[in-house]
Design a protein around this ligand. Sequence first.
Ligand code: BES
Ligand code: ZN
Length: 387
Amino acid sequence: MQLWKLAASCGALMLTAGAGATIEDDLSSVLPFGPRVTGSAANEQARSYFEAQFRAMGYTTRRDVFTYPRFDDLGSDVRLGTRTLTGRALEGSTGGAVTGRIVRIPGVGTAENFRAVNVQGGVAVVQRGQLPFLDKVKNALAAGAAGVIVVNTEAKELQGRLGERVPLPALAVTSVAGAALQEGQQVSLNVRVRDGEVQGVNVVAFKSGLIRPDILFGGHMDSVFRAPGANDNLSGTVAVLDLARRAVNTPLAARSYFVLFDGEEDGLRGSRKFVQDNPGVVQNLKAMFNFDMVGVDASPLNVSGEARLVELARQTAQLSGSARDQGGSDQVPFAQAGVPTLFFHRGLDVNYHQPSDTLADPQLIRATVDAALTTADAALTPVPASR
Ligand code: BES
Ligand code: ZN
């Protein structure tokens, strides 16, 4: 079969699974997988999709696997008669189910507050505020409580962290749920947690043989628990993939690494690991561009990072910029290693880290890619020697 005929017969397939895919295709293919929490099935499904896209364009892909400890709440609650109140385990809490009478602790749960009541064998209900969660829970443990419920000051869920392991089931509830907990009532506390190792996987795409890239384009592909992460950060991931598409038949492809980081939401795990394990690559980089939350215009496209790169982005791509980094994202470990970085983002939108993070605008992502290509071109063009 002649080549053009083969290409034509593959056309339909190529549109969704090959170099012909678009930003729109990427969004509609990956969003249905659901939240891409590191270690989840959806995270892996998304990664397979992205790898297939890179490969269909002729890039080589590599997986960098790493592990780290993580505490997960698998769904915790408080049962009160026939009512079930949703709670969030405090990070560091012990798992388990305990039943006891409610003892409302006065104040904010100081040792003195606990001395004013008898919570022995009961479930301590204590208000959020002033004192670290750890102190409240340790005071409850010392006073002989069987479990602790921390009540938020707002009607929102509270995701608290103890900072160390405490041998007592402890969870947080909203102010609304907290109001339903009356002194002396029988209550059962169900804290379901998993405290173990998580596996993260970065995807690195590049033209075969390239070991010293001049530029690295990155974005994190993981999202937080319960958030589909359309803007945070499928938008940035798709921007990186689209950069690879736009670069594919240009000299830029032969100078670039395209990296999809995992474990960002668990503390920049993937980017830290990359910097740690690839010193040769990192030392040689002229620039690292990171894309995080570029699909919703909470504010106009902004760049921050190294002064010269910010200036280039302003002058060549007419972007607004600031020298200071404005968010914890994957450019940070690179900047700390001395790499000139540029962080592309459109600010924090209202759906940040929420189940409602379901929309990303392809046009905004495309405009980000345009601006990044213009800036990369300027950043990689040698400056003529001045006489
Ligand atoms: N997407 C955010 C970072 C971000 C902030 C992007 C502002 C654009 C504008 C990122 O996923 C995040 O949530 N980072 C955490 C810190 C991280 C170390 C877990 C944050 O900023 O609190
Ligand atoms: Zn993010």
